[in-house]
Design a protein around this ligand. Structure first.
Ligand code: FE
Ligand code: FE
Ligand code: ZN
Length: 277
């Protein structure tokens, strides 16, 4: 069965998210590690983490995806902005050790005029400062739409970061369907070609998760506006091919579509219905 969940609010802790996920038929979920608009993360609630570690196994909740706040910039030009990204990511990763074996997704950042090569260098340096050899979380670089000076909108830029990583075995990639489409990769018309290119440039063994979103904008628009599944320019037929593709169908899928819980429940059912057994 398709392993799928959606983005949930983390304000009430892991157990609350786990119960919410099960209530809508999800087998996984994503959450922000802290309020993206700033503020400190809650203290680690060790009892909540311990209860979740057992509960998730007993209830078939697979690997979950923590999402770094999208307001950090791990390749910033200003040292204090770099420092904030570094402190935030280091703190997030330390906290995630209380729920071992899961994944941490982050946006590779905006080069703000430094150029994408310098951006990749800096993002890799940030990763090298916050990752350690025996950490229990896999860190995922998210593919971006290329809005403004975002890096990671081409597979080459993602590869450039990975190539500079000192702990590459704990590093993977999360492919966001809206972002790659807005970045110019035609996953609606030529999924096979896009995945071949991903494999050639990055390697499909690095692909660990899918953000499954439709796009409000056309191919190559570099906009990053998510739409409900089937309501945008990627379209339902393409999502049928995506959830059935042999290179993708076993991966965890996370919805980040504009929805309430009921809407997410319906999209989970819709996408599961599209997958052939
Ligand atoms: Fe994201
Ligand atoms: Fe995403
Ligand atoms: Zn997005």
């Amino acid at each position: 069965m398709l392993n799928i969940g959606c983005h949930l609010s983390s304000s009430k802790g892991y157990m609350n998210m786990a119960r919410e996920a099960l209530s809508i038929g999800a087998s996984t979920f994503q959450f922000f590690t802290r309020n993206p608009r700033g503020g400190a993360a809650e203290l680690v609630d060790e009892a909540d983490c311990a209860e979740f570690n057992t509960f998730s196994k007993e209830n078939g909740i697979s690997v979950i995806l923590a999402h770094a706040p999208y307001t950090i910039n791990p390749c910033a030009a200003r040292p204090e902005v770099m420092e904030f990204a570094l402190q935030t990511m280091a703190d997030d990763l330390r906290r995630l050790e209380y729920v071992p074996g899961n994944m941490y997704n982050f946006h590779p950042g905006s080069h703000v005029g430094q150029g994408s090569e310098e951006g990749a260098k800096k993002t890799a340096a940030t990763l090298n400062a916050v990752m350690w050899a025996d950490m229990q979380t896999t860190v995922l670089i998210e593919t971006m739409a290329g809005k403004g000076s975002e890096i990671g909108a081409t597979f080459r830029e993602v590869r450039d970061i990975i190539d500079r990583a000192e702990i590459p075995d704990k590093l993977g990639v999360c492919l966001d369907t809206c972002h790659v489409f807005d970045g110019g990769y035609d996953i609606a018309g030529n999924l096979e070609g896009v995945l071949e290119e991903f494999d050639r440039v990055i390697g499909l063994e690095r692909l660990k998760a899918i953000h499954i979103n439709d796009s409000k904008n056309p191919l190559g628009s570099r906009k990053d506006r998510h739409e409900v599944i089937g309501g945008g320019n990627i379209g339902l037929e393409a999502f049928g091919r995506i959830v059935n593709h042999p290179a993708l169908r076993e991966l965890p899928f996370y919805l980040e579509t504009p929805n309430d819980l009921d809407g997410y429940k319906r999209e989970i059912e819709l996408l599961r219905g599209l997958q052939r057994s």
